[in-house]
Each structure stands twice: as structure tokens, then as C-alpha cells.
Design a protein around this ligand. Structure first.
Ligand code: ARG
Length: 572
């Protein structure tokens, strides 16, 4: 059981014994400062207010009922009626030792769920660009975390593989002199850009492109074959990016938009049967009161165009139906740009009203902000174009290589390259993961690759430093007890025991930055401990105890970074 859960139980019991109704929670929080103890119980003020008693008096009555002698050596009332709890060194030491010898660094979930996670979802007509980075990285970290906690995680890569853009690509492809052979789509992005320019500038070409869309959707074999060629090239390209990024998505997780084509007429007829459809200027729409624009008019969700074509929303409704009825999800998480929030909220609401998903199923848009350049504008190349992900990741590795070479010129080149890959990719991922998901964030090579501050290199370095202690230690008695004497030891053990809380908060909020903050603080606690408490020079029992604290720190850092999809290395 986590410390906060245990304290919550004990405090709640005492509060009830003191006559407080069980609707008042104990509100256990880690203390902001060590002099206020390790934890605070803040719930008594609210209870006192409700029954109009003096909160300090009520707190005194709670303390009389509180049984915490085994865990705490000091419990005191502070301020208007907070309770400060100072945990015992001996108790913390035993908990830390138990954690070190347990199979897992935390307790798995008590109620495993089937959770669908929709992330990455690039449009296959072009190459992956920086706009896909956040969804891919954040979604993957949350998927790993939920998996680790014991949930059944189903990854769904809702790639865009249907629509006008493919007609455009086919029209352009067919006019290439060598199109009978397998066209080399080494640079899908360039190909897309050429096609797009023609599409925008040449009306006859645009007409041909639209014609190909109709043919494609009607199942014309030649069109289908060209289309499949694009999809194959593009998916392979995505896989290369996922590999480089250490993202766990595979071909089996791809459930493209086109997979729902056959379900779309059924979606429309169900909406119709439920009385949700309105014809507006020829198109079929769903008007819902809760989606009013600034002008007070409802913003409709269009589900079928006047020419019979279906839309993004229609496909998303079909996907929801599938995720509910076939995949049996009880929670569905969407890691999608905040700018799609109206779209997703409309889809969620319609899906519930139409009965595509159960009322109890939790549909959550895990929105995120835009990645900005140093100038505070959306991240672009120097020429103002979109930045391809392969280029960005290549640059990360290259910059990390220069950094490693400067730090460790004596290492051979292959090893420097290996370290550069782990550090460079880790830095890009961590810079994103450590920011508050919902705000925009500024992409900055210098800060993300720094060995100081809340960065991947800092955490990776902390791990490597611990590994080097073990290389020097040679013999380590893993049976030894942990003992805590110094304040720095106490703080480190306490932090180590809070890993579970951090991981569980990522699972419920879909915000990996909570785990990043935790790992950063843990490294800080370790560095303070390392400076204040000599390890290898200490006497036997103390040395062994400190080595075990170091070991538990290393395990926690490694596992935590793994949940974020970031590797560590023993030396760097
Ligand atoms: N392909 C979409 C885009 O590039 C993202 C898909 C998100 N998932 C979804 N179910 N709508 O904007």
C-alpha cells in the first residue's frame, strides 16, 4: 500500500471516531517543505466549517483518536487546523527495503480495464512531420504506463488513408514517365508537395484528381493498386520513425480510416433512426444544443455531404462503435491536437446519444498544444516549410554526437554513436513529455540537450553515475538492511516510496509530465544524498545501506524512464 493510502485510511478512521461524517476526506498531501513533516492531512478544516466548530479543537479530537505510532514519530497540529506527519526513519527504511525486494516497484491496478488509446494517426499522403510528434510520444508513454499498471491496452493508430489527397497523388503518379515500374517514393513529401502545387494551380489536374477519388472509392482495381502502393511506402516510413523514436506502435495497431468505409452507411441510418439527423443545404448534419458558436448558433457536425461523401466525423463515429462493440473498451483516450477538441467533443456526444458507446464508457480527449519554434511561432524550417520528423530526429542524434564527443573524446566512434542515439532521441522525447500537455511549448535544442535542469540527459546521467558507483563497489551485500540516519537519506527514501503515486497519476490524467517531475525530483534527492552521504567510504553497515538506496534509485529511474519510452545506459 502506498504511504498516502495508508495515511488516508488511518486519518479517515480517526476522523470518523472523532464524530466527523465519512463524506469528509482526510486530504493527504506530501508536505511542501521538510520542516512541516513528510505529509499533511488538510481535510479537517472543511469538516469543522460544515459543523461550525473550531478547526484546531476538532483536529485535537482527531489526534486523540489517531493510531499512527508504528509509522510516525511526530504528529502535530499546524496553522488553522492542518495535521503535519513526520514519518519514522525505521519505518521508512523497512518500507524501502520491502520495495527493493518486491517483484515490482508498485502495486498493479486493483480494477484492470480495457483501454483503447488512439495516438499518432498521421495522414499517409505525406511524410510524418513535427505535428505528429506530440501525439506519438505522449500517447506512447501513457500506453506503456497503463500497460505496466496491469490494464489491457489496445493501441489504435487511426491513420488517414482515404480522401481527396490520394486522388491527387494517383493523378500525379500516373503522369510520371516511369509509373509502370514501381515508382521510387523515396521522398513522399516532395512527391506530395509537387502534386499539391499542381492541384492548387491547374484546374484540369484538380478535376482529374477528383475523378480518381471517385474511381478509388468505387473500387477501381488500378486505382486501388496505386493507392496501396502509397499506403505501403508511407506505412513503412512511419515504422522507421516509430523505431527510431522507440515507440511501440506496430503494423497490427494500424486501423486506418478506410477500414471503416463499409460501416459508414450504417452509421448514417442509425443516426437517422434516433432522430439525430437534419438536412442542411443538402448535407446531413447533427445539431446539438451544447455546441453553440460565439454567435449563439449551433455548430453542426456534418456526417454526409450533399454528393454522398462521408466525412472525418462519420469515420470517427464508426471507430467509436468498433472500439465499444468489438474491442469492448471501458475507457477510450484520444491523444489529439487541442485544435480538434470541438470535433472530438461532438463525436463523443453524438456517439453516446446514438448508442454507439455505453453511457458508462469514458471518452477522453487528451488534448495537447502546439510545438513552437524559438520565435514563439509554430515550428518550421528556416525556409518556412514543415519539418520532417526523420530530419528532426537525425539532427537530434547529430547534435548529441557532437556533445558526447566533446565530453568523452576517448570513447570509440561506435560507442559515441550509440550514446548519441539514446541521448538525442531521449532529449527530444523528454522535452515534450515534461511539459504540461495542454500548453504550447517551445522547442529548444540547447535546453533539451543540457545536462542541467529537467532534461533527459540529466536523468540519464544520474543513472549512469549510480551505475559507476556499483562498478567501483565490487562487492555489495544485497541482504543488508536499509538504515536512515541523515535527513538526505530520509528524503531520498520517502521520494522512492512515492513512485507509485506518480505512475498512477499519469494513468488517470494522461499527463506524463507528472512522472517527469517526479523523476527530476528523485534525481535531485539522489544528488543531495550523494553529496551529503559518502557511500563507498562509509563503514560496512552504512555503506551497504546506502548502496541499497542507490540501487533502488537506479531501478526507479530506469523503470520510470522506460515508461516514458526513454532508454538509459550504464556509461555515458
Ligand atoms: N489523422 C488525423 C490528423 O492528422 C488524426 C487522427 C486522430 N484520431 C482520430 N480518431 N480522429 O489530424
Amino acid at each position: 500500500m502506498t504511504i498516502s493510502k495508508l495515511l488516508d485510511q488511518r486519518l479517515s478512521r480517526a476522523m470518523q471516531a472523532a464524530g466527523i461524517a465519512d463524506t469528509f476526506p482526510a486530504v493527504i498531501k506530501p508536505s511542501g517543505r521538510p520542516e512541516f513533516g513528510d505529509y499533511q492531512a488538510n481535510g479537517i478544516m472543511a469538516a469543522a466549517k460544515a459543523v461550525k466548530t473550531n478547526p484546531r479543537e476538532l483536529a485535537t479530537r482527531v489526534l486523540e483518536q489517531l493510531e499512527l505510532d508504528d509509522v510516525a514519530d511526530k504528529v502535530e497540529i499546524a496553522g488553522p487546523g492542518f495535521i503535519n506527519i513526520h514519518l519514522k526513519n525505521s519505518w521508512l527504511a523497512r518500507q524501502a527495503k520491502a520495495l527493493l525486494t518486491a517483484d515490482s516497484l508498485l502495486e498493479k491496478t486493483a480494477s484492470p480495464e480495457t483501454i483503447v488509446i488512439d495516438y499518432s494517426g498521421p495522414n499517409l499522403a505525406k511524410e510524418m512531420h513535427v505535428g505528429h510528434l506530440r501525439s506519438t510520444i505522449i500517447g506512447d508513454a501513457v500506453a506503456r504506463t497503463l500497460d505496466y499498471l496491469g490494464h489491457t491496452v489496445i493501441r489504435q493508430n487511426h491513420v488517414g488513408d482515404w480522401g481527396t489527397q490520394f486522388g491527387m497523388l494517383i493523378a500525379h503518379l500516373i503522369e510520371q514517365p516511369d509509373h509502370e515500374r514501381d515508382v521510387q517514393l523515396a521522398d513522399l513529401e516532395t512527391f506530395y508537395r509537387q502534386a499539391k502545387i499542381r492541384f492548387d494551380e491547374d484546374e484540369a489536374f484538380a478535376e482529374r484528381a477528383r475523378h480518381f477519388v471517385v474511381k478509388l472509392q468505387a473500387g477501381d482495381p488500378e486505382c486501388l493498386q496505386h493507392w496501396q502502393q502509397f499506403i505501403a511506402v508511407s506505412l513503412q516510413h512511419c515504422e522507421e520513425v516509430y523505431n527510431k523514436l522507440n515507440v511501440l506502435l506496430t503494423r497490427a495497431d494500424v486501423k486506418p480510416e478506410s477500414a471503416y468505409n463499409k460501416d459508414l452507411p450504417g452509421i448514417i441510418s442509425t443516426l437517422d433512426a434516433r432522430g439525430l439527423l437534419t438536412r442542411d443545404e443538402g448535407a446531413l448534419c447533427v445539431f446539438l444544443e451544447e455546441f453553440k458558436g460565439k454567435d449563439g448558433n449551433i455548430v453542426p457536425a456534418i456526417v454526409q455531404k450533399s454528393d454522398g461523401g462521408y466525412l472525418y466525423a462519420t469515420t470517427d463515429l464508426a471507430a467509436l462503435q468498433y472500439r465499444q462493440q468489438v474491442l469492448q473498451a471501458s475507457r477510450i483516450l484520444y491523444f489529439v491536437d487541442a485544435r480538434q477538441s470541438l470535433h472530438l467533443n461532438q463525436v463523443f456526444s453524438i456517439a453516446k446519444k446514438a448508442g454507439f458507446v455505453k453511457p458508462s464508457t469514458s471518452l477522453e480527449h487528451m488534448a495537447f498544444g502546439t510545438m513552437m519554434g524559438k520565435d514563439g511561432k509554430p515550428f518550421k524550417t528556416r525556409e518556412g516549410g514543415t519539418v520532417k520528423l526523420v530530419d528532426l530526429l537525425g539532427e537530434a542524434e547529430q547534435r548529441a554526437f557532437q556533445l558526447v564527443t566533446r565530453k568523452n573524446p576517448e570513447l570509440d566512434e561506435t560507442e559515441r554513436q550509440h550514446i548519441a542515439h539514446i541521448v538525442g532521441i531521449g532529449a527530444v522525447k523528454y522535452a515534450d513529455l515534461s511539459k504540461n500537455r495542454t500548453s504550447d511549448y517551445i522547442f529548444n535544442w540547447d535546453t533539451m540537450l543540457s545536462f542541467e535542469g529537467n532534461t533527459a540527459p540529466y536523468l540519464q546521467y544520474a543513472y549512469a553515475r549510480i551505475s559507476s558507483i556499483f562498478r567501483k563497489a565490487e562487492v555489495v551485500d544485497t541482504q543488508a538492511d536499509i538504515q536512515l540516519h541523515q535527513a538526505a537519506e530520509h528524503q531520498l527514501a520517502l521520494k522512492l516510496l512515492q513512485f507509485s503515486d506518480a505512475v498512477h497519476s499519469v494513468a488517470s490524467e494522461g499527463s506524463p509530465n507528472l512522472l517527469c517531475n517526479y523523476l527530476f525530483e528523485l534525481s535531485g534527492n539522489f544528488m543531495t544524498f550523494y553529496e551529503a552521504c559518502p557511500i563507498l567510504k562509509a563503514d560496512d553497515a552504512v555503506r551497504d545501506s546506502r548502496l541499497q538506496l542507490a540501487q533502488l534509485t537506479a531501478n526507479t529511474l530506469k523503470t520510470g524512464l522506460e515508461l516514458l519510452g526513454i532508454d538509459v545506459m550504464e556509461r555515458m
